[in-house]
Design a protein around this ligand. Structure first.
Ligand SMILES: Cc1ncc(COP(=O)(O)O)c(C=O)c1O
Length: 341
């Protein structure tokens, strides 16, 4: 029986075609700048995102860390969402390794940060305070694509206040595909953007950080410092090239599957579900039932995670039949629970 893994879009396995691209990759020592496949991936990513340069790194966490350390110095501050990945889920790396103070703010319901609240959080130029240098947004944020007009306002705002603007664009291609625009319509507003190749795009490893030559030069130095210099990394970069060239348009299928998933769940009384925009669906069940639901699903070869609010993520290895099987199993669980009550 096929295992249906809805915990994240990071769980995909490379396709046969991607594996063939990996096997055929020309390699060299990337620490010497001599891996032709890494160089090709970096050029391709920079071109696709409309930036001067890009750097290939092992993870989204490292990509964001290098960005923050390249924008900010010791004693600087960046403004970020309270639930932002760089703030909450990356081990506090900016503070731990960069001596950069985060200033978290609550996200608005659409995943944006209210620019008036950002304004209020900027510190005066005074030795009592850290120096506010950067605003960091996330797109998609919990599956929500940030409105394009908001991005323009965020750019105008940060430029007028002398702040840099970084995007944790782990899933930026999901946003662009949903909005029906080239990804440059999103990336053009940002000084730097981190893109994960190992989420919806289906590569086994890696992210790219894109920005100006200057910024990427600084990131290059920090990558070495944090031990991120890789040698014959072309084997991995080949998967990244394959992902960028073949797996972007297919994200629309993941979004359709997420919509079908949300629609299927909306017919079940004991489940609350928010409409899906990209590849994430949030379903809410009574917290004390979460663990039993998780076990029930696991017995049926379906993997989910979360307590109360359960995030379900569609991806390359999920098809429509899997969605139907999942919705059927949730119905079965709650029908049995109602009978037992
Ligand atoms: C929004 C966001 N940013 C960054 C990351 C970090 O990526 P990685 O797991 O490759 O470090 C993740 C990972 O789930 C993410 O969801």
């Amino acid at each position: 029986m096929k295992v249906i893994d809805l915990r994240s879009d990071t769980v995909t396995k490379p396709s046969q075609e991607m594996r063939a691209a990996i096997a055929a990759a020309e390699v060299g020592d990337d620490v010497y700048g001599e891996d032709p496949t890494v160089n090709r991936l970096e050029a391709l990513a920079a071109e696709k995102l409309g930036k001067e340069a890009a750097i290939y790194v092992c993870s989204g966490t490292q990509s964001n860390l290098l960005a923050l350390m390249s924008h900010c110095e010791r004693g600087d501050e960046y403004i970020v969402g309270q639930q932002g990945h760089t703030y909450k889920y990356e081990g506090g790396g900016a503070a731990v390794l960069g001596s950069i103070q985060p200033q978290p703010l609550d996200y608005e319901p659409d995943g944006s940060l209210d620019l008036a609240k950002v304004e209020g959080a900027i510190k005066p130029d005074d030795p009592h305070f850290a120096r506010t240098r950067l605003l960091c947004l996330e797109n998609t944020q919990a599956g929500k694509p940030l409105p394009l007009d908001y991005l323009k306002r965020a750019r105008d705002f940060t430029s007028s206040r002398g702040l840099g603007l970084h995007l944790d664009g782990a899933r930026v291609f999901n946003a662009a595909v949903h909005q029906g625009v080239p990804v440059t319509e999103v990336s053009r507003h940002f000084d730097s953007i981190s893109v994960c190749l190992s989420k919806g795009l289906g590569a086994p490893v890696g992210s790219v950080l894109c920005g100006s030559k200057d910024l990427i030069g600084r990131a290059h130095r920090w990558r070495k410092v944090v031990g991120g210099g890789m040698r014959q990394a072309g084997l991995l970069a080949a998967a990244g090239i394959y992902a960028l060239e073949h797996n972007v348009e297919g994200l629309a299928k993941d979004h359709e599957n997420a919509k079908a998933l949300a629609a299927g769940l909306s017919g079940i009384d004991s489940v609350k579900v928010a409409p899906a925009q990209t590849n994430m669906v949030y379903m809410t069940v009574e917290t004390q039932r979460s663990a039993r639901l998780r076990d029930f699903m696991k017995e049926r070869g379906i993997l989910i995670s979360g307590q109360g609010s359960i995030r379900l993520v569609t991806h390359l290895d999920i098809d429509r039949q899997d969605i139907d099987r999942f919705v059927g199993a949730v119905k079965e669980f709650f029908t049995a629970a109602a009978k037992a009550a």
